[in-house]
Structure formats: structure tokens, C-alpha cells
Design a protein around this ligand. Structure first.
Ligand code: FES
Ligand code: FES
Length: 187
């Protein structure tokens, strides 16, 4: 019979049955109603399900619940504070770093772990860190730009600009020609 574990998600403790075949993504979405983390490939390849555990970006579709006991889990829903978006969220909106938006929570959570680890990443460090996250809409150049802008904001070099809508969403990513990977965005 499964035991009970405590999951600490976005600062809130939850008692959960630690059934061996349950993955974290399913629990977040189906039981805790935290649907920001997305199901993409389900096999650890696309990064749509990325959350941060004890400061490290992990693929929640490939993480067993039992591995999460006693750890601190942050999801996209946990980034805003007092009704104010995290600088990464603001930067993604400011630069229009999404088209359909399906990859965006995972991108932001991977970027969040990166900026905790490296507050002033170079473009190469951003690319290296983000290259496992797939954006099928090819918004990689803007994702890189957004992470740089958020790093500046967090360091205090740059005041976040108010969020403005792109005039024509259909062309918002015209500069970001679809490319297969984030690596392709800098080649
Ligand atoms: S859904 Fe988890 S890596 Fe693709
Ligand atoms: S914005 Fe559509 S998958 Fe990235």
C-alpha cells in the first residue's frame, strides 16, 4: 500500500498518496489544478512540463512523485508575487516571446532556474541552458532576448517596460523565423 508524502508546491504543503507509478505533472495538473505546466511529449524531451525543484529545472512528466517528497517545487503559478508578475514573465510579454504560448511556462521555468544559477548569463549560456526546451512556433530569438531583459531587470540595470500588445499578433514573431531548436536561433 502506498504511503503518504508531503509535497511542497509554491510554498503550500500537500499530503499526497505516494503511488509509485504517478508522475509529478499528472498530480500538479489533475489534483492540484496547477495546469500551467503543460503535457507535451510525456517522455522528457520537449520541456513543456518544466518545473523547478530545489532550484533545479526538471521535467515533471518524468519525475515520480516519490522523488519529490520534502522538496520545494515551484511551478509557473508560483512566480508572481503580490499580484505582480515575475520579471521573466514581464519580459516574455514585453518582447512577445511566444506565439501559441504552449511552451512558454516551461521556457520561463527553465529560464528562472538559469537566472538563479547564473544571474548574468551570456547568450551562449542561455542557449546551452534552454536548448532542451522545444518551441514549435520558433520564437527562440525572442526567448533569448526576454531572458536577457529579465536578467537586467533583476540586477536593477533595466526597468521593466509596461507590457504592450504587439500591434499585429500574426506578425509579432516575424523576426523569429521558425527554427528547430534554440541553438538554431544564434547560428
Ligand atoms: S512533456 Fe515533459 S518533457 Fe515533454
Ligand atoms: S510559442 Fe508555440 S510552441 Fe512556443
Amino acid at each position: 500500500m502506498a504511503g503518504v508524502i508531503t509535497l511542497r508546491v509554491n510554498g503550500v504543503a500537500h499530503q499526497m498518496a505516494a503511488e509509485p507509478d504517478r508522475n509529478l505533472l499528472g498530480v500538479l495538473r489533475d489534483e492540484l489544478d496547477l495546469t500551467g505546466s503543460k503535457y507535451g511529449c510525456g517522455e522528457g524531451f520537449c520541456g513543456a512540463c518544466t518545473v523547478v525543484i530545489d532550484g533545479r529545472a526538471i521535467r515533471s512528466c518524468h519525475t515520480q512523485l516519490s522523488e519529490c517528497a520534502g522538496k520545494s517545487i515551484t511551478t509557473i503559478e508560483g512566480l508572481a508575487r503580490d499580484g505582480k508578475l515575475h520579471p521573466l514573465q514581464e519580459a516574455f510579454l514585453n518582447v512577445g516571446a511566444m506565439q501559441c504560448g504552449y511552451c512558454t511556462p516551461g521556457m520561463i521555468m527553465n529560464g528562472y532556474a538559469l537566472l538563479r544559477r547564473i544571474p548574468s548569463p551570456t547568450a551562449e549560456e542561455i542557449v546551452r541552458s534552454m536548448e532542451g526546451n522545444v518551441c514549435r512556433c520558433g520564437t527562440y530569438p525572442r526567448i533569448i532576448q526576454a531572458i536577457k531583459q529579465a536578467a537586467e531587470t533583476i540586477r536593477g540595470d533595466h526597468k521593466a517596460k509596461p507590457v504592450t500588445q504587439a500591434k499585429d499578433p500574426a506578425h509579432a514573431n516575424a523576426a523569429a523565423a521558425p527554427q528547430g531548436t534554440v541553438q538554431g536561433a544564434v547560428q
